[in-house]
Write a protein that binds this ligand. Sequence first.
Ligand code: SF4
Length: 506
Amino acid sequence: MKRSRATTAPLITKPLFEAGVQCSKRLHLDYHAKRTPARSPRQEELVALGERLVDLASQAFPRGTDLKGVAKEDAISRTRDEIASGRPGALFHAVFQGGGVEVVCDIALVVGPNEVDLFEVKAGTFLKPRHLTDVALQVHAVEACGVQVKSASILHLEERYVHDGSRDYPVHKLFRSEDVTSRARNQLARVAEQVGSFQSVVDDEGMLELPTGTWCRNPLPCPHLERCRAEGPEHPLFELPHLAAVVESKLHEEAIESIDQLKISQNGLSSGQRRAVRAIQEDKLIVEPFVRDELGDVDYPLCFVHVLWHLDPLPRFAQSRPWQKLPYAWSAHRFEQSGRSYHRSFVSATQDDPRDATIKSLAEEIRDAGTVVVYDRGWDERFRALLEDMPERKTDLRALLGAPLLELGHLIYHGVYHPDFHGMFDLERVRGILGAQLPAPSGEPIEGLDALDDDLTDEDAAADAYQKILAKRTRSTTRDKLSEQLTAYVRHRSAALVAVRRLLLG
Ligand code: SF4
C-alpha cells in the first residue's frame, strides 16, 4: 500500500467535505474554526446511534480489529499494514489518507494483499444520494493509497424488519446490504473535482461574503446559521415559504438576496410567497379571509388534540420497526355545542410499549368528535403505519384514521403571514405573534395554557423526558415527576391550539 505523499494542500476530512457540499462559506468557517462546534443533544444522539449500528453490523464479521479510539497516525499505519498483509479479516474504523482526503471507513474487509471490500453503515432505511457520495469519497481516498476497492456496499436498516422485543438484534435481518460499487465509481470524477475545489476554498476569504440560502437548512441546519443571519439582511430569501432552488438561484443571479428587494409582481413566486413579501414590505399581519371561514366551519363536539410521538431508530418493543413513531401521550380540549367543555389527557408513564393504551384511550376520546383540530401534518401517515403491527387495535386505529381533521398548522401556512414568522410556522411562534398582533379574544380561560413546567417547554425536552421514563434505572418518583411535566406540556399544546383559533376568529 502506497504511503501518501506529503503535501501542503489542505487535507479534506469527511466532515469538511460534507460542509463543502452544503456551502463554501461553511467549509471555510469549519476549516478555520479553532474548536469543533459543540454538538447539540440531537446530534450527540445521532452520533451514538451511528456507533451502535457499526457495533451491531460488525457482528456479521467474526474476525476483526477495531481501530476506534486508536491515535490517528497509529490507526493509519495499522490500517496500511493489515491491508498490505492480505490476511483475511475485517478492520473497523480503518483510517486512510490519500488523494487530499482523510476518511474513516466503518468496515474494510481485507480480501487480498491491498484489496478490500468496503461496507458503510447508515442509520436510514433507504439509500440517499449523499450516501453514495460518501462511499465515493472513501473509494477515492482508499484507491489513492494504492488499495483496490473490489466492492463497496451500504448497510442500512431494513424498513420491513419487525422486532421481537428482545435485547438482541439479528444482524442479517436488521440490516439490508446494497452493492453500490458501480454507482459510487460513477461519482469518482466529480468527487475528485470537488476535493480540488474545496482545497482552494478553505483559504479564500471571499467565501465569507457568500449569501445565505435554502441550503443553510438542508440536509441539516448549518451550525453557523445564527452568525450568517446576523451578518445578512433581516429577511433573507430563504424565509420565503417553499422557495424552489431554481427560483432562488435565479434571484441570486440578479443580486437579489433579501425579500425587501423583491417586487410583489416578481415572476416565479407562488401566492404564499407573495403573501410573505407583502407582509414583510408592509410590515403587517396578513390573514386571508378563507382562514377565518375554515376555522368557523366546524362541527361539534370540537376537539383540539395534540399527540406526543416517540421515535426509536432501533426498535425496542415487540412488533415495532426501525424509525417507527409510537404515540405515548395525548391531550384533548373538547367543546360541545351546548357550551360545555372539558379537558382530558393521557401519558404512558411506564417502561412498557405505550401504543396500546395510548391508541385505545385516544380513540375513545375522539370517537364522536365532529371536528378534530391538530397542528402538524402526519396524523394519518403515522397511525396507518401502525395498522399492520397492531391487528388487535385495528378498530381503534381505523377510528383515528377516519377522524374529521382540521390541520391548523397547514391552514396557517397557506393563509397567514407576519414578518416575525421569519419563514417558520411552529405553533408556539405563531401563537406568540398572533397574541401580540391581534386583540385578546373573549372567552373562558383555557385550561393548562399557562401551566407549563419550566423544565419541559419543547418537543426535544419532552422526548428526553420520555426516554428517561423508558430507562430501566429511572426511579419511580422520578418517573412520576416526569409524567406530571409531560402532562402539563401536552395539555399546554392542545390549549395553544384553542388559543390560536380564538385569536384568528377574533
Ligand atoms: S449558515 Fe448558510 S451561508 Fe452560513 S455558512 Fe451555513 S450554509 Fe453557509
